[in-house]
Ligand binder design. Structure first.
Ligand SMILES: NC(=O)c1ccc[n+]([C@@H]2O[C@H](COP(=O)([O-])OP(=O)(O)OC[C@H]3O[C@@H](n4cnc5c(N)ncnc54)[C@H](O)[C@@H]3O)[C@@H](O)[C@H]2O)c1
Length: 258
């Protein structure tokens, strides 16, 4: 029987790379995005490569939209994999300067969107007694950047991942997260072009001295979804070219070799 995967935010960046890698003749990928055109473009790339996918419009922050997404997925019969890639970045800000409407929008998409989708599809997987969910956290969820809405929203996703792992594990469903660090997606490119991020600083801070590609996050997501990760649940895996590992190392006050 064909497997069914749902990727939210599949119309761009990490979600697109993941949709493309997940899709095979045996795995139908439902690409859900608030950006209908982006989702359709992902599907046409998948089909051109011989894969199997369909596009659907969904706003993950909206309960009714997620309920409609459940109907779409129910038509496919079941769901084996859910990857929650829908998310929005933010620019640096002081806490007191952060626009509250923007604060709430970021939380609504990043945290609430992830919560609503896990809440909707986790129990469906549990009914079948099998399934895997991968959430997208961030290095910004481990270490706080001057991003007063984004960083805490990602820390909350890391913790939610553990809550869900405990909740759904006994019913056969694994829940993990990846924590990307500076990935050259459309969202990051736009910020670099607007002067909000500096690529040389990002490269310098990484132990491996380069920015992560969307495909490299997709590879980690595919691993966590796969049978090779059958004993892993509740984990948040940094995929950051060593940004987290280098934090303390690079701030050492004594002599170091590089
Ligand atoms: N790019 C990075 O450096 C980086 C680093 C760490 C974490 N992340 C996380 O990775 C995820 C994907 O980011 P990306 O860089 O690929 O961004 P992106 O903008 O390229 O892709 C995000 C997609 O989510 C969709 N989306 C936004 N709001 C939505 C909503 N309400 N409902 C449904 N879809 C919605 C967008 O339309 C877009 O297609 C986000 O959660 C982001 O926080 C990215």
């Amino acid at each position: 029987m064909k497997k069914i995967s749902l990727v939210t935010g599949g119309g761009s960046g990490i979600g697109r790379a993941t949709s493309i890698k997940l899709s095979t003749r045996e795995n139908h990928v439902i690409v859900a995005d608030i950006d209908e055109e982006g989702a359709a473009e992902t599907v046409s790339r998948i089909k051109a490569a011989g894969g199997d996918a369909s596009a659907t419009k969904a706003d993950v922050s909206d309960e009714l939209s997620v309920a409609a997404l459940m109907q779409t997925v129910a038509k496919a019969g079941r769901i084996d994999t859910l990857v929650n890639c829908a998310g929005i970045l933010q620019n640096g800000s002081r806490v007191e300067d952060m626009d509250l409407a923007e604060h709430d929008r970021i939380w609504n998409v990043n945290y609430r969107g992830t919560y609503l989708c896990c809440r909707a599809f986790g129990p469906v997987m549990a009914e079948y007694g099998v399934g895997s969910i991968v959430n997208i956290g961030s290095i910004a969820g481990f270490e706080m950047f001057p991003l007063p809405a984004y960083s805490p929203s990602k820390a909350a996703i890391h913790q939610l991942t553990k809550v869900l792992a405990g909740d759904l594990g006994p019913r056969g469903v694994r829940v993990n997260a990846v924590a990307p660090g500076f990935v050259m997606t459309e969202a990051l490119k736009a910020r670099v072009e607007a002067g909000e991020r500096d690529t040389s600083v990002m490269e310098e801070q990484k132990t491996l001295r380069r920015i992560v590609e969307p495909d490299e996050i997709a590879d980690a997501i595919l691993f966590l979804c796969s049978n090779a990760a059958r004993a892993i649940t509740g984990a948040t895996l940094p995929v950051d070219n060593g940004w987290l590992a280098g934090l303390a190392y690079n701030s050492y006050a004594g002599n170091k070799k590089n």
